[in-house]
Every structure is written in C-alpha cells, then in structure tokens.
Design a protein around this ligand. Sequence first.
Ligand code: C2E
Ligand code: CA
Ligand code: CA
Ligand code: CA
Length: 277
Amino acid sequence: SLGIGGVFGLLLVIAMQWLLSQNQTMEALIKQGLQSHEFKPFYQPILHSKSGKIVGCEVLVRWVKEDGTVIPPYQFIPYAEDSGLIIPITEQLLYRVVRDIKKLGWAGTDKFMSVNIVPEHLYSDDLYAYIKNLKTDDSWDFKNLSLEITERRKIEDLQQAKVTLSKFYELGIELKLDDAGTGYGGFSYVQELGISTIKIDKMFIDVIGTDDMKNSVLSSIIAFAEASSKKTIAEGVETNEQVEFLAKHGVYKIQGYVYAKPMPFNELVEWKKVAKN
Ligand code: C2E
Ligand code: CA
Ligand code: CA
Ligand code: CA
C-alpha cells in the first residue's frame, strides 16, 4: 500500500500534470488568438506636465476576444513568455503600432510609441529584421518607436543583448529601462545597454507624500538619472500632488491615471481631440 509519502507523491504528480495541461491549453489558446489577430495595442499617453502636451505613448497589449472580452496582460503574458509566443505577439503589436504612428502623422516629430520587449527578443536578430522591414517609406521614422526593457527579469546573455540593442540604437530607436529600481542590476544595464531613458516604477511614485518617503529609493533613482544624464519618465502617477513633487525634482514626463488610462487607438484619437493634444 501507499504510505503517506506515496500518497503525497501521487498528488504531486497529479498536480504537476494538471499544471502542465493548463499550460498546454493556454498555449493552444494563445496560438488561436494569434491566428485571429486578437492581440491589440492599447495606448497610454505620456504627457509633459509643464506644457500638458503628449510626448508619446506606452503600448500595452490587450487580448481582445471575438465577443469583445478584454483580457489583461497578467493573465497571459507569463504563458506567452514561457512558450516563446511573446515573440509573434510583439510582432503582431508592432505591425499595428506602426500603422497607428502613420495615422497620427508623427513622422518628423519626436513623439514615440514605446513597446515592451523581453530578454528573449535580444538573443536573435528576428525583432530587428522585423522592425526594419516595417519601414517601407517616410510615413514614419525609427525615432517614433522606442523599446522598453524591464529590469525585473535577468538578461542572461548581456553580451548578445548589447550587440542586438546597439543595432536598434543605430537605427535611431531609443531604449528605455522599465521598472527601474525594482529588480535586477538596473544601473549596470543603463551603463552597458545604451539606455537613454529611465522609467521610474509606480512602486516609488506611490510613496510620495506618505511616511515612507524618508527611506524612499525615489530620490536615489532621480539622482542617478541626473548624474548619468539620462531622461526620466514617471509611471503610475495618480495624483496632482505626485505630479508637483516630481516636477520639483526635475521629472516632467508623466504616465498615469492622473492624465489617461491605456485605451484602444480609436479612443486615443478622440482623447487627443478633447485634450487638444
Ligand atoms: P509595465 O510595463 O510596468 O506597464 C505599466 C502598467 O501600469 C500597465 O499595466 C498600466 O496600465 C499600469 N498603469 C499605468 N498608469 C497607472 C496608474 O496611474 N495607476 C495604476 N494602478 N496602474 C497604472 P498593464 O497594462 O496591466 O500591464 C502590466 C504589465 O504587463 C506591464 O507592466 C508589462 O510588464 C506587461 N506588458 C504589457 N504589455 C506588454 C507587451 O506588449 N509585451 C510584454 N512583454 N509585456 C507587456
Ligand atoms: Ca513598460
Ligand atoms: Ca513600467
Ligand atoms: Ca511597472
């Protein structure tokens, strides 16, 4: 008969098989979603707090099902990353993002659409080739695109990443360090990878005006950006108090609910009209 350890082992095997089958189901669903072009870019405006003008947008993926259900990234991005399907998803986004940049007539301006990428994108030339091929004429410029690399995940092959990123940089595509201060070796990434903008994570914005402010990492991130001549963007900004505090400390580019939530392209167009932006 099975001892207690045996029963436990059996349950463990069943649990693992269940998890595995869940992963496989999710993978199959994502593949179907890709075929039906269900991964859509939502755009969250980034504004300069002094001029009130839009400087660019972050592109945030949404899985929009046939019936209109909108699935947020945390429900599928982990599976997409584990299975490598994040690569075709990102390409599907970029295809639409470039079309939308053209529609906005951003060529010849400094306005950007900032796309999230993962370390997997940096170990081959595929993304680079894909983006290069998206430019067929002068209706948009490479500087209208930028890439966000999170420091939350470790870049295993820093040397290879460096080579790939330098090619983007040569095209004129800016690189942003995402979630700065939350994860792995961010400051060394800034030095090594040709990062020009540091995105200050919501976590550090949330403490503005609270008692935790004294021990805040916020001032060290801002000081680092200043000392290394990097631009900054604050994300997850929700209040005017936060906007004012950041302005006082030299951070003017603001992304957050205080100005706008992520929205589909048609809503962005309407928002720009109403906000006279
Ligand atoms: P992230 O890159 O840090 O993106 C910022 C997240 O903060 C977004 O969540 C955005 O909607 C949210 N946010 C912005 N302003 C505010 C605010 O004022 N208050 C609050 N409470 N939240 C705010 P979202 O869209 O759910 O995306 C979550 C994460 O999923 C992203 O975090 C990013 O890591 C990942 N993600 C989203 N789209 C993509 C993508 O296309 N590719 C990859 N690889 N990852 C993506
Ligand atoms: Ca991001
Ligand atoms: Ca971020
Ligand atoms: Ca974040």
